[in-house]
Design a binder for this molecule. Structure first.
Ligand SMILES: Cc1cc2nc3c(=O)[nH]c(=O)nc-3n(C[C@H](O)[C@H](O)[C@H](O)COP(=O)(O)O)c2cc1C
Length: 300
């Protein structure tokens, strides 16, 4: 993917890695979770698996990815769910790579600053996709992008990149007015023809005002915001059965989704989207960038 992207542009781009704590396996809990999902597996004529796998490793345990990054040297590497070790971070910096890490509160931002990372992504509760919180077991205050941006601009020395709910030039301007050095948009690009979103994902996005989004740990085992579907409502109605640890829980839903899709059923997909989903626009990514710039300048 890095090679393909380089072939398409001379501009710098960001490679993102997950720095989550390794999954704490709990077979009793995993079995109970699979039992809760049995009904859904039956709907797609599949027997629920009896065991689940940790489908990918944290960056820290994945020496191949570090080696790859040091070889190909993307301009930026960003970290989600925590920080890499001092040694990994130093190796990336010595290779001339600019680093960024996601914070969802001030404490995480201070850890990022102390570690020597170059910039902070301030991810508000509005954001689509996984919430970058370092420890998903701590109580989450759910700070909005606006509050978090202001807090981090005031209390850290690093450039702050606002992320969460920014969908147009007006939103972009608001974040910059709060002191952000830049903005990061995810959901705004999902309807672009260049995005990897499936046809069913796009239909659901267009129905976002009715469907709504939810922050849920049921899909992957970690809180993430996506368009509400049958998997999420079933998972949330679990009567106290908790999802398997991240990313072990993801294994179950990915198996379920793969079988369901063959039957034209998209109710078990991870259709990540932020609260701003109803504001997403369908146009080529380059046009959307131009549009964002026009709106920003018009709002000045
Ligand atoms: C479909 C989708 C996938 C995402 N995947 C990642 C990811 O792999 N790593 C990451 O750090 N953030 C990921 N995010 C979160 C974005 O980096 C960003 O925080 C978020 O999109 C900002 O909020 P917005 O969606 O309201 O624009 C994802 C977001 C979406 C919508």
């Amino acid at each position: 993917m890095i090679k393909e992207t380089r072939a398409l542009t001379e501009h710098p781009f960001n490679v993102n890695v997950f720095c989550h704590a390794p999954a704490q396996r709990n077979l009793t809990l995993e079995t109970a979770w699979l039992r809760h999902l049995e009904l859904l597996f039956a709907e797609v004529n599949l027997r629920a698996p009896t065991t689940l796998n940790e489908i990918y490793l944290p960056f820290e345990q994945d020496s191949q990815t570090l080696k790859l990054l040091l070889d190909v040297r993307p301009a930026i590497v960003s970290f989600h769910f925590g920080l890499p070790s001092e040694a990994h971070l130093m190796a990336l910096h010595q290779a001339g790579i600019y680093t960024m890490a996601t914070a969802t509160n001030l404490r995480e931002a201070q850890m990022i600053e102390q570690a020597g990372v170059d910039a902070i992504v301030a991810q508000g509760i509005e954001a689509g996709g996984h919430r970058g919180m370092f420890d998903p077991t701590v109580v989450d205050e759910g700070l909005t992008t606006a509050v978090l941006t202001r807090l981090l601009v005031q209390r850290t020395q690093l450039p702050v990149i606002s992320a969460g709910g920014i969908m147009d030039g007006q939103g972009l301007k608001a974040a910059l007015d709060l002191g952000a050095a830049a903005v990061q948009l995810g959901t705004a690009f999902l309807l672009c023809p260049e995005s990897d979103a499936s046809a069913a994902y796009r239909v659901n996005l267009k129905n976002a005002p009715t469907i709504g989004t939810r922050l849920t740990a049921t899909i992957s085992g970690r809180p993430a915001r996506g368009l509400v579907n049958r998997f999420i409502t079933h998972g949330e109605a679990s009567n106290g059965v908790t999802p398997a640890a991240y990313p072990v829980a993801y294994d179950a839903v990915k198996q379920l989704h793969a079988a369901a899709v063959k039957q034209g059923n998209y109710e078990f997909a991870a259709h990540w989207a932020g609260q701003g989903a109803p504001l997403a626009r369908e146009m080529p990514a380059a046009d959307l960038i131009q549009q964002l710039l026009h709106e920003w300048h018009d709002a000045e």
